[in-house]
Design a protein around this ligand. Structure first.
Ligand SMILES: [Zn+2]
Ligand SMILES: [Zn+2]
Length: 275
């Protein structure tokens, strides 16, 4: 995220939409009032519900609190794959406790990130990430909630570990960024693909091709705010209210009416997250 560019203007409303993956804490929310302010802004353009996602333990505790402050907010809890080296017994016990909370609708974001090891100080190595991913898959099955996956340059190993471990009945690939082959593999397994602002990026030709092959009942939309602000606001801070820009871009790629896609993805979010 960069604050160098001003915040995008409010888009034309498009309702209803669910933001399937965002980080309200990283958007600047700290307490009930600042959380509600962000969700009010989103609701003003039709984004009526959001799933706020944790990447470490403190963020997981915060996400559950936020979901209790405002009934339009739901939480997902996990340790991000790059932080899988913090998954000790205490962290596991706390994540198990949090995942059981009725406001928690998914276990995530977990998965594999093969981009950061060796580049980021303290990043979990690949072996540790795979162990952590296996633990989160099992947790999702135990609490009977969907598994929300972060995948960076790890297509093959992700599918392999999921099949080896046995996936839970609902699996979401957040910010799907892979090619058509990977999309088809995920679709065949019954996984759900969630698209973010990256689908609108000028150079994302392969991703747009992938977005065309996803059936209506396996697609979600998300901001991943404050990151990945959609075109033409790339580099400006993202927030859940920006989601209509992405829905319109995705609808154009798929040859769909934006309102129709909004309804389809909202029905899917309700079904997958049991909202
Ligand atoms: Zn992610
Ligand atoms: Zn995220």
């Amino acid at each position: 995220m960069s604050a160098a560019r001003p915040a995008p203007e409010l888009p034309e409303p498009l309702a209803p939409i669910v933001d399937a993956h965002t980080h309200l804490d990283a958007c600047g929310a700290t307490d009930a009032a600042s959380t509600t302010a962000i969700v009010d802004r989103a609701a003003s353009v039709g984004v009526g519900r959001v799933v706020t996602v944790a990447d470490d333990l403190a963020a997981a505790q915060w996400a559950v609190r936020a979901a209790h402050w405002d009934d339009r907010v739901y939480a997902a809890v996990a340790l991000h794959p790059t932080r899988a080296n913090a998954l000790d017994d205490d962290a596991k016990a706390e994540l198990e406790r949090l995942a059981d909370d009725p406001r928690v609708v998914a276990v995530g974001e977990t998965g594999l990130d093969y981009y950061w090891p060796g580049k980021l100080d303290g990043c979990a190595d690949i072996e540790t990430q795979i162990d952590g991913f296996r633990w989160h898959i099992d947790l999702a099955k135990r609490v009977r909630k969907p598994l929300m996956i972060h995948n960076r340059e790890a297509d093959h190993d992700l599918l392999t570990v999921l099949l080896d471990e046995g996936p839970p009945d609902r699996v979401i690939f957040h910010c799907f960024s892979s090619d058509t082959n990977m999309a088809l593999s995920c679709v065949a397994e019954g996984y759900i693909l969630s698209f973010s602002g990256t689908v609108s990026f000028k150079n994302a030709h392969e991703l747009r091709e992938a977005a065309k092959v996803v059936p209506d009942d396996q697609i979600l939309v998300e901001t991943d705010a404050p990151y990945l602000t959609p075109h033409p606001f790339r580099g400006a801070p993202n927030e859940p209210y920006c989601l209509p820009y992405t829905v319109r871009a995705l609808a154009e790629v798929r040859g769909q009416d934006p309102l129709e896609l909004a309804k389809i993805t909202t029905d899917n979010a309700r079904r997958v997250y049991r909202l």
